[in-house]
Write a protein that binds this ligand. Sequence first.
Ligand code: TYD
Length: 206
Amino acid sequence: MKLNKFIVVEGIDGSGKTTICNYIIYLLKCWNINNIIRTHEPGGTILAEKIRNLIKNSYKEFFSYKTELLLLYAARLQLLDNIIKPNIKDYWIISDRYDLSSYAYQIGGRGIQKKDILFLQKFINNNIIPNIVIYLDVNPLIGLQRIKNRNKDRIEKESIKFFTNVRKYYLKIANNNNMIKIIDANNNLSNVKLLVKKILFNFIKS
Ligand code: TYD
């Protein structure tokens, strides 16, 4: 049995992360695994949830991309120090987003330099690497169509071009990292679930 059990679900807005996080937790419980912590980014602690609201709201001033980045990392540090690090040895941690989101959204989407992200990763001492990242790959046209009736937040209101760039960056990293499992999430939810089940099952028995 593995020491850490940290599973992250990633994807652009509208890729189905919430449904798949629910499903992962359902599966684990079916397999009699009940020591589970579910979390998400940005957020997951009292302070990090406040930062999440700051990030998601729109303002009558330009929201500098570097301000956004710093807030995201402040929220991440709160989550790491209060939830992830103290519990990672004893609990399965299932997170809706983690640091891959910063690479995809801030580098791919916003054009922040990779070296700035690497600096922040080091600055917050982020040495916790997920055991599995499930990346739900979806065409932004389909993703945005799925969330079109939502009350959209500041980032969800971004253009197709923005999400196309975010997706490209996700794929660029995922294609070069065995720990990241790419799942085609454009069509059938039951197929996605089947693949997720396989991935989890293989992880548990390895
Ligand atoms: P998300 O959790 O997908 O929201 P919801 O639960 O409402 O679907 O939204 C968080 C937003 O923050 C999402 O648009 C992506 C963005 N984000 C980044 O840009 N960078 C990051 O590092 C993280 C964690 C999130």
